[in-house]
Design a protein around this ligand. Structure first.
Ligand code: TNX
Length: 508
């Protein structure tokens, strides 16, 4: 019998020889209440069966035992599952591990000869990398709290533990701040293509943070600077330089529409690289201190992301001065700064700064060197190779949504076929904090658009971040991945995920 289909591939899985466990309307569950609730919602949606809560010696036991997973790459977030004909036990090393065990259990449930069964199996599982993220761009198109919560549900089911929110860009500012009220009053109303804008109130943001925590995810807020700041100039014109039009922008506007940027006018096109904050004006740093001070207070997670990508309208030495100063400011707030890898051109950037690499699986000229700075400083990298796991790249066939600049279209195979420790030369697992799959939203307007672009490719990113490296596990092959993802179709449908039915996957 073939192994049950789990995604991301677990560290170890062995099929048992005995009969499967049969789930019925009389099945009982005991143990940690939060995990029992999470399991009940999966089983109810998938099988229409809600396990009965019991005090002890139930059929399904959900527990936390900190000694779990000591043999694997570390106990944090690890879990163990044992299933036989008589019982199911899921043991997490911590609450997160138990939550992940429950997600795996949901994937194991299958229909067999008219019954719902969980095959006899033994799983020991722990993540390869500590940080496994998804990013949602809520600036190019705004996505409301319910859509974000839905994305949290989806991502956490694949054992992602970080939601990076790209909160600001040229096209809009999406987070209300008491210290700088004009940002949402004057710079949040529109989006790309003249679509409606929007923003999160502080209560909305708190709600997202709490919901994410309930699914064992942290929120990483990004305020992108010194470029990508045209919207700041709508609210506080004294902080912004005039746009510097780059040659490539005319081509992008020819292809995708819109108008070149005009100071003080909302920008609705998608070309990048023209805006900059004023680098040699103290008012800029007062602004940055207000923004990150307030965000730090609203964000329980350890990271604040200050962007730093594509600042083509900022001189190189000004850019280095700016990111050095802003990284120190964020670090002084007690947070770990995160920046896109271009900020690694500044050798004096705060040593704790994490670099987010968005170059290709095989780095182009200069990209690897910039990424190397963060590792040389004793910090590490988040890997988001654009030609593999930029979820906004078009598929080879199917929806018309998406862009193509990163060697697109991007197939499911492209998303899967890369190895984190072989991207930046010389940077292996110790220099890698984790993996993150960004979803930029220039062409992505709705929750359904998000589902189509993210699924199934986000599953490939989840596997790169969680699973043992390719070559060390029989499961880490493209063929195994295709089969395992294909088996998830019914579960995803029960969760309301409108995935792209890619012809690369043998959907069951
Ligand atoms: C590049 S790579 C960007 C974004 C765009 C995205 C579209 C990087 C850090 N920035 O500004 O939205 O391409 O794919």
């Amino acid at each position: 019998m073939s192994l049950p289909a789990v995604v991301p591939a677990p560290a170890s899985i062995e099929a048992g020889s005995g009969a499967p466990f049969r789930l019925t309307s009389a099945t009982t569950v005991s143990g940690e209440p939060d995990a029992a609730t999470a399991l009940a919602s999966i089983l109810t949606a998938r099988a229409g069966l809600t396990p009965v809560a019991a005090e002890a010696s139930a059929d399904i036991e959900l527990r936390i035992d900190p000694s779990t997973g000591s043999g694997a790459s570390g106990a944090a977030e690890s879990y163990r599952i044992a299933v036989d004909e008589a019982s199911v036990s899921v043991t997490g090393a911590d609450a997160t591990g138990l939550f992940y065990g429950v997600q795996t259990l949901g994937q194991l449930l299958t229909r067999d000869a008219g019954e719902w069964i969980i095959p006899a199996v033994a799983i020991e599982d722990a993540p390869r990398f500590a940080y496994r993220g998804v990013m949602l761009d809520v600036a190019r198109h705004f996505h409301g709290v319910d859509t974000v919560k839905g994305y949290i549900d989806r991502a956490s089911s694949l054992k992602f533990n970080a939601l990076h929110l790209h909160l600001t860009d040229d096209q809009g500012w999406r987070i209300q701040l008491d210290s700088r009220p004009e940002l949402t009053v004057k710079a949040s109303g529109t989006a790309i293509g003249g679509d409606p804008g929007g923003f999160y109130t502080k209560d909305d943001y708190r709600e997202i943070v709490e919901y994410a925590a309930s699914r064992h995810m942290i929120v990483v807020p990004e305020v992108d600077m010194p470029g990508h700041t045209h919207a700041v100039g709508l609210a506080y014109p004294e902080l912004a330089e005039d746009p510097v039009i780059q040659d490539h922008m005319r081509d992008v506007i020819d292809q995708y529409g819109g108008e070149l940027p005009v100071p003080g006018v909302p920008y609705e096109a998608l070309a990048v690289g023209f805006s900059s904050l004023k680098i040699h004006d103290e008012a800029t740093y007062e602004f940055v201190a207000d923004v990150f001070g307030e965000l730090a207070a609203m964000t329980p997670g350890p990271y604040l992301h200050f962007g730093g990508d594509e600042s083509l309208a900022t001189q190189d030495d000004d850019f280095a001065y700016f990111v050095t100063r802003v990284s120190a400011l964020v670090a002084d707030l007690g947070k770990t700064p995160v920046a896109w890898h271009e900020a690694g051109s500044a050798k004096d950037i705060a040593d704790t700064t994490i670099g987010q690499y968005w170059g290709y699986v095989t780095p182009l000229e200069g990209f690897a060197e910039k990424a190397q700075t963060f590792v040389d400083n004793g910090a590490s990298l988040i890997l988001s190779p654009a030609d593999a796991i930029y979820l906004d790249m078009k598929y080879p066939s199917g929806p018309e949504l998406g862009l193509t600049w990163a060697n697109g279209p991007t197939s499911v195979q492209d998303a899967y076929s890369w190895e984190p420790a072989e991207v930046v030369p010389g940077v292996g697992d110790e220099g890698i904090l984790g993996v993150e799959a960004p979803l930029w939203t220039e062409t992505i307007r709705t929750a359904a658009d998000i589902d189509t672009m993210a699924f199934p490719r986000a599953a490939a990113a989840a596997e790169a971040g969680w699973s043992p490296r390719t070559g060390t596990s029989d499961l880490r092959t493209r063929e195994s991945f295709r089969a395992r993802v294909g088996a998830l179709g019914p579960l995803w449908t029960s969760m309301g995920i409108g995935f792209h039915p890619s012809e690369e996957i043998p959907w069951v």
